[in-house]
Ligand binder design. Structure first.
Ligand SMILES: [Zn+2]
Ligand SMILES: [Zn+2]
Length: 388
């Protein structure tokens, strides 16, 4: 049996894993049911198991002789969304796998099964990393800090995402990218303080709403006037709170938003300029401001050589039409970046959008299960070719 046939023979089980996990979505860093499921499966394969002490993260390790150390990571967490797909295996616990992490777990479990079958052909170590808290908490950071990439030290790490947010690829196509691929994901908060007054006598107060509007324009001018056009940058304000009545000038306005970039230098520059603009604009209109920039997930930077190698090796098992180099990066963030800050690797996409896709994080989001085997095939083949 060749690898393709072997993967196909496990397809039914792969889809079953996905559905079982879809039924039990949990959010955040602590996912007892999900972890229990993964642990049982990894134990069933006879793998050595390492459990995170601070989260529900868990890793299975397959060792055979000495050689390179490869890792493949799946996220495990879901979202606090009430599912509306009407699927027979829909979740009923108030959370939902609305991003496809259920499929990632199913894929990596199936890869582990295949590699276990071929243990004798492997020279080296494979770590199967299951990580909670991708959506919000940055679970990757916890696992890196706990040494999941150490002893033995990981040489190469792979990560996969299914779904539809990369529009360039069609259902069933794998999209790879070299270099900075997914944006940093930062958050900022700003409080603008003025002095409340009657709406009819603004000269007796200091209007924080007017000041805020100047600051917001100032922020957008960083994008249009200070940032080089070839460096992607997004500043979005998602929340403004201020005021209680149409004829009252309030005391304060509270603003929150996000910044996305594809390089670290731009990130630091923007943080500094936003702080300066908010401070000086508020001052120039007699108000005060407090600005805080929270650095979140770093930029996902795919290693060029490994991405090329992954592409070439995947072409040995899938036709050229199935594997494409993406033309542009995405401004979506991903905590896989924490692993890539430590070791080389690549993060890629498998389009599973099906016919009528709903966006990720939508209560009707679903994936096309019939293409998931390609994720299993590409990853198992890469590991076997690299360690074989
Ligand atoms: Zn998501
Ligand atoms: Zn996701």
């Amino acid at each position: 049996m060749n690898l393709l046939e072997e993967v196909k023979s496990l397809e039914e089980k792969l889809i079953k894993h996905r559905r079982n996990l879809h039924k039990i979505p949990e959010i955040g860093l602590h996912l007892p049911e999900t972890k229990g499921y993964i642990k049982r499966e990894l134990e069933g394969l006879g793998l050595k198991i390492v459990e995170s002490k601070t989260t529900s993260g868990i890793m299975g390790i397959l060792e055979n002789r000495s050689g390179k150390v490869l890792a493949v990571r799946s996220d495990m967490d879901a979202l606090p969304i009430r599912e509306q797909t009407g699927l027979p295996f829909a979740s009923t616990n108030g959370n939902m796998h609305a991003c496809g992490h259920d499929a990632h777990m199913a894929i990596v479990l199936t890869v582990a099964k295949i590699l276990k079958n071929h243990r004798e052909r492997i020279n080296g170590v494979v770590k199967f990393i299951f990580q909670p808290g991708e959506e919000k908490e940055g679970g990757a950071k916890y696992l890196v800090e706990e040494g999941f990439l150490k002893e033995p030290d990981v040489d190469i790490i792979l990560g996969i995402h299914v779904g539809n947010f990369i529009e360039e690829i069609d259902n069933g196509q794998i999209g790879v990218f070299k270099g900075p691929f997914m944006a940093s994901l930062d958050r900022f908060t700003l409080t603008v303080e003025g002095k409340g007054a009657h709406g009819a006598t603004p000269h007796k107060g200091i209007d924080p709403i007017t000041i805020s509007s100047y600051i917001i324009n100032g922020f957008q001018s960083i994008v249009s006037r200070e940032n080089e056009v070839f460096k992607p940058l997004v500043i979005s304000i998602g929340k403004i709170n201020g005021g209680t009545a149409y004829n009252v000038i309030p005391n304060i306005v509270e603003i929150e938003g996000t910044v996305r970039t594809l390089d670290e230098e731009t990130r630091r520059f923007v943080a500094k300029r936003m702080e300066e603009i908010s401070t000086y604009v508020a001052k120039s209109f007699r108000g005060k401001s407090r600005f805080t920039y929270h650095f979140g997930y770093p930029v996902v930077v795919n290693d060029e050589e490994i991405t090329e190698d992954f592409y070439k090796k995947t072409l040995k098992v899938l036709p050229e039409s199935d594997v494409v180099f993406l033309k542009k990066p995405t401004m979506v963030g991903e905590d896989f970046s924490y692993y890539l800050k430590e070791v080389r690797g690549t993060y890629f996409f498998l389009s599973s959008k099906g016919k009528k896709p709903y966006p990720h994080h939508n209560p009707k989001f679903d994936i096309d299960e019939s293409v998931l085997w390609k994720g299993v095939l590409s990853i198992s083949n890469y590991i076997m070719e690299t360690l074989g």
